[in-house]
Design a protein around this ligand. Structure first.
Ligand code: GLN
Length: 208
């Protein structure tokens, strides 16, 4: 079969390139996130330096300890580079990651990337021993979703551009704002990958 030189073969090649997701790997639960996305066919890259944000189709900001992550981010312009990335590219922020991307952080107040129009209260459900697993309804197809909450923050305010996809006791726990998806629980800790699949769809449509 002969294919004449045209833009078409190259275009097919471009479209079939696997999505490349970065996983912020300064601290916390990044390895489980990388495994979950790899199982869905995405190429993943651990991000430990600001220059490693280049060329990524999207970024995962994992759970862990947001204060510790902030300490690493204060070095070598990483905070500013990450703020620019989060402002314009698809990001999936879970738990401590959701604290990092929120516009305002309480209990106690701390610096943040100010991308998600929300106010987040840290450790709002009590201490480690109060961490819990709940199965709650969501806007995702496929029935209720198992959610692991670990020293979880609470979204005490979300702006009008934030779409609430699930709630716990009336407070949002899974939200989307344009290119940003945020959860106050840990989707990487359960076998259900519907939240990750939603993020991959967001990354794909943002790329087109
Ligand atoms: N308590 C952590 C914080 O304030 C978040 C907990 C988590 O990511 N599981 O950063």
């Amino acid at each position: 079969m002969s294919i004449s030189a045209s833009a078409t073969p190259q275009k097919i090649h471009e479209d079939s390139r696997p999505l490349v997701l970065g996983v912020l790997a300064l601290q916390g639960d990044y390895a489980a996130h990388a495994r979950a996305f790899a199982s869905l066919g995405a190429a993943t890259r651990l991000v430990r330096k600001p220059e490693e944000l280049e060329g990524l189709d999207g970024l995962v900001l994992p759970g862990g300890e947001s204060t510790t992550m902030l300490k690493f981010l204060e070095k070598k312009g990483f905070f500013e580079a990450l703020r620019a990335f989060v402002a314009g590219r698809p990001c999936f922020a879970t738990c401590a990651g959701a604290i990092l991307v929120a516009r305002q952080v309480l209990h106690p107040p701390q610096r943040s990337l100010e991308a998600l129009d929300a106010t987040v209260e840290r450790n709002a459900y009590g201490r480690q021993i109060d961490s819990t697993i709940l199965t709650l309804p969501t806007e995702l197809a496929g029935g209720p979703l198992e959610m692991v909450f670990i020293r979880a923050p609470r979204l005490v305010r979300v702006g009008p551009s934030v779409e609430v996809l699930a709630r716990r006791d009336g407070f949002p726990v899974l939200v989307r704002q344009g290119h940003l998806l945020a959860a106050t629980f840990h989707p990487e800790m359960t076998a259900d990958t519907r939240v990750q699949q939603l993020f991959l769809e967001m990354v794909r449509s943002h790329k087109q």
